[in-house]
Design a protein. Structure first.
Length: 195
């Protein structure tokens, strides 16, 4: 009987959501922690995205988190270039048309709100900072996860993404886990949070 493992990872910027290096200079999840060989990430975060990643060998959990029929909530904190206004937030919330696999795709309604005074550890390397251009932080909650979806959505409404951090998947939260940090979870903890 195989023992199930559950890990919550705060993936840093520049790290691939996999264990194999595609180029010698790449950093992967194997650089963060000595994971058991049978665990894999559930879903992915782009190399230039950060935040919560779940690693497990529990196939039913993987199905539950990846199968679109379960429509589980993913929460992102997004730093965009410019002072975003309500109109752009409303467009994001009601759904915009983006390109997915070279086809037009209408995103599902999302929950979007402006965040004030976000205290988040600086990214390494830091985002490019230009004094004359303000930035805004948004919280975006989605029940879908198309490739680079949040970046495409924000670009569509005229606010390019500078930084993207996934802070929660359903009830599993990043909390105060530092960048690059790994926390072991119990099966009970994971399933309790999924409701």
């Amino acid at each position: 009987m195989q023992h199930n493992h559950y890990f919550l990872v705060h993936k840093p910027f520049g790290v691939l959501s996999q264990f194999t290096k595609e180029m010698p200079e790449h950093q992967t999840l194997a650089d963060l922690y000595n994971f058991p060989p049978e665990v894999y990430p559930v879903g992915r975060l782009d190399k230039d995205s950060e935040g919560l990643l779940i690693l497990t060998n529990d196939k039913s959990l993987t199905d539950r988190l990846l199968n679109p029929k379960y429509q589980h909530l993913r929460t992102y904190w997004v730093q965009v270039e410019g002072q975003i206004e309500d109109k752009a937030c409303q467009k994001l919330a009601s759904g915009v048309i983006i390109q997915v696999n070279k086809k037009a795709y209408q995103t599902l309604p999302a929950q979007v709100k402006l965040l004030m005074n976000v205290k988040f550890s600086d990214r390494i390397p830091p985002i490019r900072f230009r004094e004359n251009i303000p930035t805004s932080w948004l919280e975006i909650k989605l029940i879908e996860g198309k490739n680079r979806q949040v970046r495409k959505m924000c670009a569509k409404v005229g606010f390019p993404v500078l930084r993207l951090v996934r802070v929660a998947v359903v009830g599993l939260e990043l909390g105060d886990l530092p960048i690059g940090g790994v926390r072991k979870l119990t099966k009970q903890e994971v399933y309790d949070k999924l409701g």
